[in-house]
Design a protein around this ligand. Structure first.
Ligand code: RB5
Length: 142
């Protein structure tokens, strides 16, 4: 599995922690920036990561900003992206089970590193249920 990541300045430290964790799980990562805490605009990075996922450069994407909100909105503008914003164990599980989220977003100012890593693992380790949920996902694309 390969995961592409991106962030703005606020999400930069969290993104680095998530990358370390993924590498510890032997998951290949691609880091599309930003690469420091110098102020940048989150729409650029949400779009970059979303486009990389849709281009097949990676299986899934993870993005981080201050709240996770702006960068998830940006990612969701890319056709085919379903970027969830998990905020507890239940939503981390359900965003894969029912929504087959191909990306997740986290807020470095609203979650601890431990929470973001736990939600990442739950999302990665949960299977999509398919069935009626497949139909609803197809409706999103239409
Ligand atoms: C940057 O200050 C902040 O607005 C951004 O990281 C994010 O929280 C936007 O949704």
């Amino acid at each position: 599995m390969k995961i592409v990541l991106g962030c703005d300045h606020a999400g930069y430290p969290l993104k680095n922690e998530i990358i370390k964790h993924l590498q510890g799980r032997n998951i290949e990562t691609i880091d599309l920036g930003c690469y420091s805490e110098e102020s940048v605009d989150y729409p650029i990075y949400g779009k970059k990561v979303g486009e990389a996922v849709m281009a097949g450069q990676a299986d899934k994407g993870i993005v981080c900003c201050g709240t996770g909100i702006g960068i998830s909105i940006a990612a969701n503008k890319v056709k085919g992206i379903r970027c969830a914003l998990p905020y507890n164990d239940f939503t981390a599980e359900m965003c894969k089970k029912h929504n087959n989220a191909n990306m997740v977003a986290f807020g470095a100012r609203s979650l601890s590193v431990e929470e973001a890593i736990r939600y990442t693992d739950i999302w990665l380790d949960t299977e999509f249920e398919g069935g009626k949920h497949e139909r609803r996902i197809n409706m999103l694309e239409d």
